[in-house]
Design a protein around this ligand. Sequence first.
Ligand code: ATP
Length: 354
Amino acid sequence: MPADPTPHGSTASGAAASGASPQGYHPGQTGGFRHGDTPQRLAQIALRDVPWEVGVAKPDPAIVVDDVTRSFGGLTAVSVDHLEIQRGGITGLIGPNGAGKTTLFNLLTGFDQPNSGTWSFNGRSLGSLSPHQVARLGVVRTFQLTKALSRLTVLQNMLLGAQGQRGESFLRALVPGTWKAQEKENTERAMSLLERFKLAPKKDDFAGTLSGGQRKLLEMARALMSDPQVVMLDEPMAGVNPALTQSLLGHVKDLREQGMTVIFVEHDMDVVRDISDWVVVMAAGRIIAEGPPESISQNQAVVDAYLGAHHDAPLTVEEEDRVLAEAEQAIAREEHTDGDVLSSDGTTQERTER
Ligand SMILES: Nc1ncnc2c1ncn2[C@@H]1O[C@H](COP(=O)(O)OP(=O)(O)OP(=O)(O)O)[C@@H](O)[C@H]1O
């Protein structure tokens, strides 16, 4: 934890906390922001004076999690005591492999059910709801283009998104007749989103033929079909070439500018620093740190969690020196040994070393 948990010391966040409502922002209002009336970067201002503490209260939380646990056999994948996600902000969820990030996403969006705990959106409990019901309330997550979805066209994928996250088991929704009534409206919405994400020319291509970056764009566009208020993105930049990264980052920021609350899982810390208003760090199922991006890299618990989990983490200078010295000794020993083996007169290692 930082020495001064409220580094800016101003009263800026008090505007949100005390109910000041710039340009249509109404704390506590069900539904939160709507298109076009969101002041830019309001979430950053609102979060400015929030202490960098695990489980800290936010000025206007869209999502609140309490005592949620999920175990698989003897393994506790998620154990979150308290977490609040600020409305209208971009929250980055980071942590080493196996920390429980995806499991938490699955729980919050109804794709999995916990062993215990409660969680709510706009004060309404989401417990026991299906992904479809959660999506209808306004909380969606991206899910990857699986094999089955790869065999659908880009437009068909979008229309599936309109079904409210029913996923592959609802492929039958594509059977003519079942969604005909809404077909026109959905197709128009899909095409407008495809235009925005520059995928319109690909509408009739099989999704499986898209590049990694285009798939990510499609995943994001598909999630928006149900007009969500909270969008949860699972590694939105993974496998994306640098040329498309900026475009994807722009789209994520756009979601915030349109008033959505964004939670995303990401391993690339440059991306996390660039777009997050707030970062939540998980390790071994628990939340071990929270704060703005600049607070995270200095946090000892975070450093320990990453060093413990990533054996390929960069070495310190001392470690580098030690490894180098060991390597030099090993090379030297090998050279002497080679000399022994190659010597034709049966000289010993001892003699070679002299
Ligand atoms: N369906 C499951 N059955 C058994 N164990 C599971 C299941 N889902 C997740 N786990 C385990 O729960 C732990 C948390 O996994 P999870 O995928 O949520 O982590 P993560 O932080 O998303 O990791 P990564 O960054 O590698 O995706 C891991 O140890 C994982 O093996």
